[in-house]
Write a protein that binds this ligand. Sequence first.
Ligand code: PEP
Ligand code: MG
Length: 318
Amino acid sequence: ETAGRLQSFTGPCLLSDGTRIPLRANVGDGAQARAAAAAGAEGVGLLRTEFCFLDRDTEPTVEEQAEAYGQVFAAFDDHKVVVRTLDAGADKPLPFLTDAAEPNPALGVRGFRTSRRAQGVLERQLEAIALAASKHPVTVHVMAPMIATAEEARQFTELVHAAGLPTAGVMVEVPSAALQAAAILDEVEFASIGTNDLTQYVMASDRMLGGLAELSDSWQPAVLQLIGMTAAQGAVAEKSVGVCGEAAADPALAVVLVGLGVTSLSMAPRALPAVAEVLSGVSLERAQQIARSALAARSPSEAKAAVRAELPILDELG
Ligand code: PEP
Ligand code: MG
């Protein structure tokens, strides 16, 4: 019976006490967006716009970009789509934007930082997003990657508003942003925690190196602690703090994230059914207890064992 239930997800996702936790999808283009909609995603929590730029030697025009974003918006009429502005650099190099000679690309000019070097690219992307948004009945939110300071968050919000888009947010994926979450949330409407990069930067452990998997694990207590701090500031500011890194796709970790105060999750569409199934079996209070036991662990394996012991349904799901 579990296997049958797990083949599909039809939202909304509710905890056992009725608390609503929107489950959205991470997508990269129109085809993935259509697949995500078919899988029941309650919108897009992370549109990786790099797809429109990859394999190109020059910047796509505003019209080309608007056409590509429009294909994603068309799949999610009447839903929310969170568009992440260009995250070029490090693991996503772009010939016309990134400097291949940087000694430490992960610590270099990547994400929002490229807008300092390449004047106008971000402005034109926002123009394209606004143009595509004007043609579809979707709620478009825009967020910037690799924000490290409240000042950068303020600059981004100004650019978003100047483009006629109402809702600006940031990714929290640099430790300084998690530590400064209160100041940053003052400048934006929402935050979305990118656990892939947050883990890389908190643990100083390259996300591309399989040999460091034990360190590059979002179950690391230090990572969970920063997620909890960020979500707590979101609660104080009454602003939503989601997670859009791979951590959201792990059903056990999803319970911990919700218990830490995360208000929405965005993941690869195939993960939606299992995450929804496990979340629907816990109340917010129970998730908070489970999060406390994960936070008290000394290692990822200890945290996973503690959470598994509290969620027998995970054994059923395999
Ligand atoms: C992240 O860093 O967690 C994230 C969602 O973004 P990306 O994997 O595209 O860097
Ligand atoms: Mg990232």
